[in-house]
Design a protein around this ligand. Structure first.
Ligand code: PAF
Length: 283
């Protein structure tokens, strides 16, 4: 696997692949890679002839009080893992390479509506940072398809809408959530958890499953289900962010007739903010 730190070097390498009519599959990440990321790389291997991953801890998607500084940076380990999983190219730019004039004077991409709810309400500006960096990465890599995890359900929706609204040629592919045996969704932020917190963390998935069972059993009092779920999480040791039942297609409060639902949860445990989700099909 070849690693490039500059846009120019990566473009040159990918140009010769493109001249050979190779289909490029792209996996954007922020590094500190785990099995969940490797699922994305394996999916990329099926979807394209050439697999490109990126590692960039994007400052634009963190607000001042968040974990940008302490976000784990493990480039050497990540390179070894990617190479072992047959990734062809790694793009690992510096912040200066991506934002030469600083992130404040950067043109921004905003997917209106979707960006301000749920995680966007708790993390103002987060999805503008995500949409902007993903647009830049798409322009740099010019992939045929790009692979994202379903754990960041709202992020995937933001990127799908952005690609559609900007007439992008990149096919967006979502991959199922990778879970530990305990049910905990794999995440780089799980590394912030102490052993005691790690034992509590799977409660978030168990609570999502409980809520799903309630809905499937015919309980349509969604507000009550969500409030009870929040209380379960608090009893386990989490602090509240949100627990919501929404329509899959637009992430808004569903009408009574809606059959394609998604239950989304975000909660704080110690130093970590954990997110997870589960879909419900009532058709
Ligand atoms: O999901 C992530 O790791 C990041 O939000 C992404 C898509 C790589 C953009 O920085």
């Amino acid at each position: 696997m070849k690693t490039f730190h500059t846009i120019a070097e990566l473009r040159t390498a990918l140009k010769s692949e493109r001249l050979q009519d190779k289909r490029i599959a792209f996996v954007p990440t922020m590094g500190n890679l785990h099995d969940g990321h490797m699922e994305l790389v394996r999916r990329a291997r099926q979807a394209g002839d050439v697999v490109v991953a990126s590692i960039f801890v994007n400052p634009m998607q963190f607000s001042a009080n968040e974990d940008l500084e302490r976000y784990p940076r493990t480039l050497a380990e990540d390179q070894a893992l990617l190479a072992a999983n047959t990734c062809d190219y790694l793009f690992a730019p510096s912040a200066l390479e991506m934002y030469p004039d600083g992130k404040r004077s950067q043109t921004q991409i905003e997917v209106t509506g979707l960006s301000d709810i749920l995680c966007g309400a708790s993390r103002p500006g987060h999805f503008v940072g995500v949409a902007t960096v993903v647009t830049k990465l798409f322009n740099i890599v010019m992939p045929d398809c790009a692979i994202f995890g379903n754990k960041d359900y709202q992020q995937l929706k933001v990127i799908e809408d952005m690609a559609r609204d900007l007439s992008s040629n990149v096919e967006i592919i979502g991959v199922d959530i990778a879970r530990a045996e305990s049910g905990l969704a794999m995440s780089s932020r799980n590394g912030y958890l102490s052993p005691e917190e790690l034992a509590i963390a799977p409660t978030i998935y168990q609570t999502l499953q409980w809520a799903k069972q309630q809905i499937e059993a015919g309980n349509s009092s969604y507000e009550t289900i969500c409030e009870q779920a929040q209380q379960k999480l608090e009893a386990a040791g989490f602090s509240r962010d949100y627990f919501e039942i929404r329509a899959q297609h637009n992430l808004l409060t569903p009408s009574e007739k809606e059959t394609q639902l998604v239950i989304l949860a975000a909660a704080y445990l110690g130093k970590a903010r954990l997110i997870d989700n589960i879909t419900v099909d009532l058709s």
